[in-house]
Design a protein around this ligand. Sequence first.
Ligand code: SF4
Length: 361
Amino acid sequence: MKDSDELLRWYDGAKREMPWRSGRDPYTIWVSEIMLQQTRVETVRPYFNRFIERFPTVDSLAAAAQDEVLALWSGLGYYRRARQLHAAARQIVADGGRMPSSEEELQKLPGVGPYTAAAVASIAFGVVAPVLDGNVERVLSRVLALEGDPRRAATRRRLLEAAGRLLDPARPGDSNQALMELGATVCTPKSPECGECPLAAGCAGLATGSPEHYPQLPERRKPRRQHRVAVVVERDARVLLIRRPDDSELLAGTWEFPWAPAGKDGGIEQSLAERFGGNWQIDRRLGRVRHAITHRALEVEVVRGSVAGGEAIAQGIESGWFTAEEIERLASSSLVGKILRCAGAAGTSTAADSGSRPCGP
Ligand code: SF4
């Protein structure tokens, strides 16, 4: 039996149930592929279900306000994906409402690169287009016992050719998903289960005795450590949040607690005044939380404080007062929830509503 047939036979028996695998609707497949970028299947599952329940069609997504789209994405991270998905839905509707079916046309949509275009074209439209995500890259680097960085252009071409050879032209979408599934469940980074693998007979990496040696990825950049002070200002059982500008490099358009870098000359009150305007006062320390975000490791000192009059935020900065319940429906990163829980554990009344969990000293 050919490797491509072995792979599909294995997939038919071993594939995990996923909500986006129940049909071939291009819109839902596209949404799932965008959500799955840099995010694990189990994390995506509830977000996908909520998103599709609220926006079942490309028209409903295009008609939505961006704040609502971001709120449904809240906690999934990489918010640029949500904004681009929304913009792409509007582009599709403006162009007549039909999802593009070719790789070339799909790549004209905001946020759709070669990988997503090949995945949607093959899974939804049966286009014979191999995909190369992190899982496929690992499986094929091992099958070929490929030396050197698999992200280099020449090496990627070899990997794509190998992925192409494993495609069944009658079921290209399933072949692609089979390779991705194999990487996610059998050919895992640290301990591949080669005894379960449909490609074991021809796997050069396995023949070397050390398949985990592949792929030979360059060392990862260490995340930059940043120290911040975040202020919980409370009034009438609501806390003050600031909305990041739409052109922020990170988390654009999402809400966060007012914060300033720790250790700046002049003290934290002055830093807050420079960032947001107003007269700030720090009352007491509540605890410390940690948060990882794109190439940054944040250490956040959580403090309780006030800002003169409660309304003294500079013009042009969008701010608002929210209950813990309202924050759950707001576009915000999971750091906001961590700070709320930290403040709740320290006895702040609004935050206590969200359920308390002690934060670090
Ligand atoms: S035989 Fe082992 S190393 Fe090779 S592809 Fe299969 S699981 Fe990965």
